[in-house]
Design a protein around this ligand. Structure first.
Ligand SMILES: Nc1ncnc2c1ncn2[C@@H]1O[C@H](COP(=O)(O)OP(=O)(O)OP(=O)(O)O)[C@@H](O)[C@H]1O
Ligand SMILES: Nc1nc2c(c(=O)[nH]1)N=C(CO)CN2
Length: 236
């Protein structure tokens, strides 16, 4: 996905959370000064492959086999630690640097690509951690308009951004270990972020003509929110 397509949903997210667009743009500009270009073929060839997009819900511990059996494993944030601890190799990590940046830095030093997301609320972490990542294996991402080496392939939370990235580079089937949209143990802010993750994945499955089973029971509500954000473009 490119930014023009993503922008109406980005605007709806900004409005819903009260996030400041200029903050996201400032973060992007900080990252543009720190990052180097990352051609997406450096991820490896995901074209047509089954990609496991691992979320960090507690159920991931029971669903490790779904990741182990996939061709490619993309881990969102702390899902990377859970998988590595269980002997599953991670092919890419997607993070906004807020929980386990040491894991991300270490992966880049081992030659594993990390998509490091920058936004208005993580600028100190961006300044602290990006310089400690191996440049060659760091893809800087933004949710605002892309600039220089900082790319935007769509998405908002670490997990749904991982799915949008996989889609962008031509992944075949997407499977989703470690996802629970009804997790009773998340705080209210996280629950709202997960609601957006569900809407974004619903948008992605519609565009791909695929069905993600983690969305069962959530499609109607997601469609209503997407219709509001996208207007006429909902049916594209
Ligand atoms: N029940 C869940 N709890 C947490 N994350 C979940 C859950 N279900 C799915 N996910 C996905 O796993 C991702 C990683 O979650 P984690 O809590 O490790 O990271 P995070 O840095 O807090 O994520 P984010 O900053 O994107 O909210 C989330 O971004 C989300 O997309
Ligand atoms: N401005 C801003 N952007 C975000 C934020 C956030 O807290 N603030 N959190 C995200 C995923 O957790 C993704 N994007």
């Amino acid at each position: 996905m490119n930014f023009d397509t993503f922008e109406p949903v980005y605007e709806a997210i900004l409005a819903d959370f009260g996030f400041d667009r200029t903050g996201d743009e400032r973060a992007r500009d900080v990252a543009a000064d720190l990052a180097t270009p990352f051609p997406l073929d450096r991820l490896g060839d995901w074209e047509g492959e089954t990609v496991a997009v691992a979320g960090a819900a507690p159920c991931l511990a029971d669903e490790v086999a779904l990741a182990r059996d996939a061709d490619v494993v993309v881990a969102a944030s702390t899902a990377a630690d859970v998988l590595v601890d269980r002997g599953v190799a991670v092919d890419c990590m997607v993070t906004d640097l807020d929980k386990n940046p040491e894991t991300a830095a270490e992966l880049t030093r081992e030659g594993v690509p990390v998509a490091a997301h920058v936004h208005g609320d993580n600028i100190p972490a961006v300044r602290q951690w990006l310089p400690r990542f191996a440049d060659e294996w760091t893809l800087a991402t933004t949710q605002a308009a892309p600039v220089g080496p900082v790319q935007n392939t769509g998405g908002f939370t670490d997990g749904d951004r991982a799915a949008f990235l996989a889609d962008h580079v031509g992944a075949g089937e997407l499977v989703f270990p470690g996802w629970n949209f009804d997790d009773p143990d998340v705080d209210p802010m996280k629950a709202r972020k997960l609601d957006w993750a569900a809407r974004l994945l619903r948008w992605l499955e519609r565009r791909r003509g695929e069905e993600f089973d983690i969305l069962d029971g959530r499609r109607e509500a997601a469609d209503a929110a997407l219709r509001e954000a996208l207007g006429d473009r909902f049916d594209d």
